[in-house]
Design a protein around this ligand. Structure first.
Ligand SMILES: [Zn+2]
Length: 169
């Protein structure tokens, strides 16, 4: 059952790649970049990775509707995180914004992450996939073959949305 689902997910992912004309930075390539970074720096901690990449983290009051954003100036790169968020949410926001920093450094836009994930444009999707690849361990689904995706998210106290993106569900 699970094997079937994984096979289906892989097929679905390949179809998505064939169907998209969004350039090379997509899906599996985004995942490969996240995996490569974790191997290179021997950590999946987005805060540590930001430090390796010389990206400053700033905690600020960003109001009620913004979780964080990435800003690239000529001399300094900054991930801004809303200081109202708890530690797990900060980690997710940091991983997401790190995705923008790594994948979209040449795109001259500020990516603002809102509470509602309504913007599913190509750059947003890439950043979410990057964060999912970083934060969700490989093989998590196989560890719990009898659990639903919701149960696994609850058991490990991880974001259901990230879990879905990690396994393309
Ligand atoms: Zn974003």
């Amino acid at each position: 059952m699970l094997k079937f689902q994984i096979r289906r997910n892989i097929r679905q992912r390949n179809i998505e790649i064939v169907n998209n004309n969004l350039g090379v930075f997509y899906l599996d390539y985004v995942r490969d970049i996240a995996q490569h970074m974790m191997k290179k720096y021997k950590t999946n901690d987005p805060f540590e990775l930001a430090e390796y990449l010389n990206i400053k983290i700033m905690y600020e009051d960003l109001g009620k509707h913004i979780n964080g954003f990435y800003q690239s100036c000529p001399k300094v790169k900054i991930i801004h995180i809303n200081n109202k968020l708890g530690s797990e949410a900060r980690r997710i926001v940091c991983a997401h914004e790190l995705g923008h920093a790594v994948l979209h450094s040449k795109v001259n836009i500020i990516f603002v992450q809102k509470h509602t994930f309504c913007d599913k444009g190509k750059f947003e999707r890439q950043a979410i996939i990057f964060a999912a690849e970083l934060l969700i361990p490989n093989g998590l689904l196989l560890e719990h073959p009898d659990y639903s995706i919701d149960q696994i998210a609850a058991l490990h106290n991880i974001s259901l949305e990230l879990l879905k993106h990690k396994y393309n569900i």
